[in-house]
Write a protein of this length. Structure first.
Length: 255
């Protein structure tokens, strides 16, 4: 089956023609569209927007040729050049840098336990660094558990527009915890701990609309606090675990 997708430019004023009718007939043409859309040295560009009439030496008739791209750009010396290029022949020396800033929120309640989390992540050329704050509360019979956990996270974002759906991305990531926990017993004795282990795993799908993203995904947290102590030097035996998954929603901004 022939490859064919539509490309939606972010810098529509740079495009020569109708920016809603850009057709990519190969994955390389799509990469070239993204490159020219984001490249600051490209002043204007168009895809199959110029018609070149020519006489065929075979049938002696007039035919029309559509160059894959027409580009107006600045060269290394700052001079403006116009080029007709083929998406199969042009060589991209360097890919333009891409940045994303994302905000996500998730909440889930099961019986006596409630967990909420807020996340922020910065993504550069696919690689992301972020932090999630989770507040966990469990008012079970006989004691009250309060966990405030921070996850430092690393992720990678895949561009699925060439495989599944235009403007679709998928992010996979994981993180390690730090934080504090407090347990209040039935006698109102408070035990605290900052000894925590575990992990978080998450996946997020995003759909781009110009410079914005709509995000939806799922997060799995597994944390364990141990070595609880009270102000009176009493200790609380055993480990306390909070484990579970929750859906997450959010917004992003790409630039």
């Amino acid at each position: 089956m022939a490859y064919k997708t539509k490309y939606k430019p972010k810098n529509t004023k740079k495009y020569l023609g109708d920016p809603t009718k850009i057709i990519c007939r190969s994955t390389w043409e799509r990469k070239l569209c993204k490159y020219m859309d984001a490249n600051e040295n490209v002043i204007r560009w168009g895809s199959e927007e110029v018609v070149v009439p020519y006489v065929s030496p075979i049938d002696k008739k007039v035919h029309r040729y559509y160059p894959d791209f027409i580009v107006e750009q600045k060269n290394k010396n700052g001079k403006i050049e116009n080029k007709w290029v083929s998406g199969k022949k042009i060589k991209i020396e360097t890919e333009p840098h891409s940045f994303r800033l994302r905000f996500l929120y998730g909440s889930l309640s099961v019986e006596t336990a409630t967990s909420t989390n807020t996340s922020i992540a910065f993504i550069w050329n696919g690689w992301g660094l972020g932090q999630t704050n989770e507040n966990y509360l469990d008012e079970r019979t006989g004691e009250k558990l309060e966990f405030q956990t921070q996850f430092t996270e690393l992720s990678y974002t895949f561009d699925l527009s060439e495989l599944i759906y235009d403007s679709l991305t998928m992010t996979l990531g994981a993180g390690m915890p730090s934080g504090e926990a407090k347990i209040t017993s039935s006698t109102n004795t408070e035990y605290k701990s900052s000894t925590v282990s575990g992990y978080t795993l998450f996946s997020v799908f995003g759909i781009e609309f110009s410079y914005f993203e709509i995000l939806a995904g799922f997060r799995l947290n597994n944390i364990k606090y141990s070595e609880f102590e009270s102000s009176s030097a009493n200790t609380l035996g055993g480990d306390y675990t909070a484990w579970g998954g929750q859906p997450i929603l959010g917004l992003g901004f790409s630039f």
